[in-house]
Design a protein around this ligand. Structure first.
Ligand code: MEV
Length: 317
């Protein structure tokens, strides 16, 4: 049996503006992963040869040969088999599991696809490059999200904090020192496709205003990279707050997210913002490690369904 994993992700600064060519910063979250297992199917299945994909966490069982062309996971399997010049319907059982909340803003779709690509490569004795993983995962991101910038597939493929500009190779960011982030799930599904479409329709109505906000977010990303590389968590915290104010103007925040952000700030977070598509999904709060417990407690009291504490730039990432 072959097993491969891929991490969840958070956008530290720059979501939405990144779709319009501005820079953004993302980090993997190795504490919550998606896993793919591949097993050769036994002799007893000889009469029904072929590839079966089972993803219990998303309630999915499908036969590769019957799956529609726009089924994201089947599409990733087909493209990966093609890339490796393998037969189109191998006699495999692929099992996918995920610790990531679905439509929770942590890149569950990208993580499942990345685990799948890695497992297929490994199963035939190949080690994929991050570029290969990212390119193949992008295929499913387009099916899930419509017009993705490519940041989610890139960060899960590299597995390290990245500086990302659409259409350019990512740059790995090395934090001057590790920093701690509390990720709070709102429990409200957040299909990225919808918030990205909302921002697009507003941008079409008033391009000048939206371009100005995207520029301002891009400048925050530049400043955040400097703060991360310098290990200046205080500066980074206030950049989170500034980014949140602009995300609220883009109309992708919501009262439940604002409640979580406020609770984190009141409990001593250095800054907090939504992360990913917004409306639902999750928020992230930059915390001193010794305040992490108190912030977590405040987030749960404010309605978070789950809180994950992660380190960016430490041993994990
Ligand atoms: C989603 O993680 C980030 C967005 O900027 C969408 C994208 O970049 O494709 C909202």
């Amino acid at each position: 049996m072959t097993t491969a994993t891929a991490p969840g992700k958070i956008i530290l600064v720059g979501e939405h503006a990144v779709v319009y060519g501005r820079p953004a910063i993302a980090a993997p979250v190795w504490g919550v992963v998606a896993t793919a297992h591949i097993q050769e199917r036994g002799e007893e299945t000889a009469g029904e040869h072929g590839c079966v994909i089972v993803a219990r966490d998303v309630g999915l069982t499908l036969r590769l040969r019957d799956a529609p062309p726009d089924q994201p996971l089947a599409c990733v399997v087909r493209r990966t088999l093609q890339a490796l010049a393998l037969p189109p319907d191998p006699n495999w059982r692929i099992e996918l599991t995920s610790q990531l909340p679905i439509a929770g803003g942590m890149g569950s779709g990208a993580a499942l696809s990345a685990a799948l690509v890695r497992a297929i490569f490994q199963h035939v004795g190949r080690a994929p490059t991050p570029e290969e993983v990212s390119g193949l995962v992008y295929v499913s991101e387009e099916l899930y999200h419509g017009t993705p910038s490519g940041i989610d597939n890139t960060v899960v493929a590299w597995g390290q904090p990245i500086w990302f500009v659409r259409g350019q190779p990512p740059e790995v960011i090395r934090p001057g020192r590790a920093f701690t982030v509390a990720i709070a799930m709102s429990g409200i599904p957040s299909p990225t496709r919808e918030t990205v479409a909302h921002v697009r329709s507003r941008w079409q109505q008033d391009r000048a205003r939206y371009e100005g906000w995207f520029d301002a977010i891009g400048e925050l990303a530049v400043a955040a990279r400097r703060a991360i590389e310098a290990g200046d968590v205080t500066a980074l915290g206030s950049l989170f707050d500034d980014n949140q104010a602009l995300l609220a103007r883009l109309e992708v925040s919501s009262p439940p997210l604002e409640r979580l952000i406020q609770a984190a700030r009141e409990a001593g977070a250095l800054g907090a913002k939504l992360s990913g598509g917004g409306r639902g999904g999750n928020i992230i709060a930059l915390v001193d490690p010794d305040r992490a417990k108190a912030v977590k407690k405040a987030l749960v009291a404010a309605g978070a369904t789950q809180v994950v504490i992660t380190t960016v730039g430490g041993a994990e990432s």
